[in-house]
Design a protein around this ligand. Structure first.
Ligand code: MG
Length: 391
């Protein structure tokens, strides 16, 4: 990743008055998962986004903490202020030191695609500030009473703006500080940067990246988040792998390094989960197996990150004319507890496969104390991948 890491600020403190009911709309569910988690994981799917700070309404704080308990990248849940701008300002005071960039995102925007986030991040790196925007397609009228038109304005000069809005950290923090001192209040983060005299780059937004405002928006977002239907022939592949546990090696699973006294032994980083997944993908595309493409006799694969292998496999599968419908992974390990890392692993795998996080499922079980897994001599993993012809 070029440049310093991005910290996501998730603005979740809104009350959602237009959504109806007493509940914050970020808790409404799409596919059994709250909108807040979709929005959070959409950002974490980008390898550029390292951590997240969530700004919560005091009344929702405990519930958000409970929902995100297993998402290891959530650095902080801080309390929001009276206005959205107060909330973002609070979050800017709580950023991890290493955050060089900030991506402010509405917690009620669950369907931002990975491509969109990467596009905005790349533009921000080049121009210091970038926002996703959509051109206005309807004719725009000016009216001073809401009853009769005064004039028709040139709609080409107007854009609707979405989130994530990505900025150089210092630029946004300084712009907010100066604006607050001057009593200025803007309706989005870009307006603070504009006020500071720095042009904000417009990047193509996405119609599907809607903000949940009314109850009917949930169905639209659900359609955007559903895996695309199979568009032709479908192929399924299976993968299995096993590695020995030894002392003195890091434990790498699903692209994440875990705290554990033992690590998996192997020629590469021995990420047993990703190896099983590579074999499932290669199997579905009838491209052989991982040992054939990355032989453990070759020096260039020594100590290599299995994420690199997975990205290479994803490239081969795409080149052969396939796209991923879904993958399902099962780790069999006695310890440590995997649950806290599942969100991070899912996001990393989805990013490597260029899919949504809803297309990646990851679960774990123990050996119930039996066999080589139960004795903690090793770990095993199974994976199934379904592909369809790319159109
Ligand atoms: Mg292996």
């Amino acid at each position: 990743m070029p440049g310093p890491a991005i910290t996501a600020i998730l603005a979740a403190a809104g009350t959602g008055a237009r959504f109806g009911g007493g509940e914050n709309k970020i808790f409404a569910e799409i596919g059994g998962r709250p909108v807040l988690l979709w929005s959070l994981e959409a950002l974490l799917a980008s390898p550029r986004v390292a951590t997240a700070v969530i700004v919560a309404n005091p009344r929702d704080r405990d519930r958000i903490a409970e929902l995100t308990r297993d998402v290891s990248q959530v650095a902080e849940i801080c309390l929001g202020g009276a206005e959205r701008a107060d909330s973002v300002w609070n979050a800017l005071q709580r950023l991890p030191r290493e955050a060089g960039w900030v991506a402010v995102h509405d917690a009620a925007r669950p369907a931002a695609s990975l491509e969109l986030i990467e596009r905005v991040a790349a533009a921000a790196e080049q121009h210091r500030a970038a926002v996703p925007a959509l051109p206005v397609t309807d004719t725009l009228k000016r009216s001073d009473d809401g009853l009769t038109t005064l004039t028709t304005v040139n709609r080409r000069e107007f854009f609707t703006v979405q989130t994530p809005q990505i900025f150089e950290r210092g630029l946004l923090a300084d712009a907010y500080r100066e604006a607050r001192a001057a009593g200025f209040s803007g309706t989005d983060d870009a307006s603070y940067v504009e006020r500071a005299g720095v042009p904000v780059r417009l990047v193509a937004g996405e119609a599907a990246n809607l903000k949940i405002t009314h109850p009917e928006d949930l169905a639209r977002a659900a359609r955007a988040l559903a895996p695309p239907p199979a568009s032709g022939p479908v192929r399924t592949g299976f993968g299995y792998d096993v590695h020995r546990l030894v002392a003195g090696r890091p434990l790498v699973l699903g692209g994440v390094t875990l705290e554990h006294p033992l690590g998996l032994d192997g020629h590469s980083d021995a990420d047993v989960l990703l190896h099983a997944l590579c074999d499932a993908l290669l199997g579905a595309a009838a491209l052989g197996d991982i040992g054939e493409h990355f032989p453990n006799t070759e020096e260039r694969w020594r100590g290599v990150s299995s994420l690199r292998l997975l990205r290479e496999v994803a490239r081969m599968v795409a080149q052969a004319g396939w796209r991923v419908v879904n993958v399902d992974l099962m780790l069999i390990a006695e310890a440590p507890r995997i649950r806290p890392y599942v969100g991070a692993m899912t996001a990393i795998i989805a990013a490597a496969l260029h899919t949504g996080i809803g297309q990646v499922n990851l679960k774990a079980t123990t050996g119930e104390g039996m066999g080589f897994v139960g004795r903690e001599e090793g770990m095993a993993a199974h994976a199934v991948a379904t592909l369809t012809a790319s159109t």
